[in-house]
Design a binder for this molecule. Sequence first.
Ligand SMILES: Nc1nc2c(c(=O)[nH]1)N=C([C@H](O)[C@@H](O)CO)CN2
Length: 118
Amino acid sequence: MDIIFLQGVRARTLIGCYDWERVAPQVVELDLEIALPSTRACHTDNLNDTINYDQLVTHLRKELEAQHFLLLEALADHIAKVIREQFCAPWTRVSVIKPGILHEVTRVGVTVERGQRS
Ligand SMILES: Nc1nc2c(c(=O)[nH]1)N=C([C@H](O)[C@@H](O)CO)CN2
């Protein structure tokens, strides 16, 4: 299986359980692993035969600006759904990190894995 990965993708979204988090968007960081539906692009060397990670990042940033979630779990699940349904990925692992949210914690976030790794 071939995988595209993206690390430290920054995006803005309204996220959080507490009142102070409901007033303005925060920056979240995404680490993404995305299985490709086929190995076709390896042979054709054609961008149309793979998932265009440039388009994916642009799409996700727009999506996150429009969506409002309370929990990182719900946000990560939504991102995985978009990747699978709109970019035809059979499997994905999505981590969403809230930089600097907890005192004396380097990184906190949630990882979800959806679909089948074949
Ligand atoms: N498992 C989770 N725990 C917490 C979340 C979350 O999304 N998932 N969120 C919060 C707050 O919004 C936090 O980020 C602010 O301190 C607390 N716990």
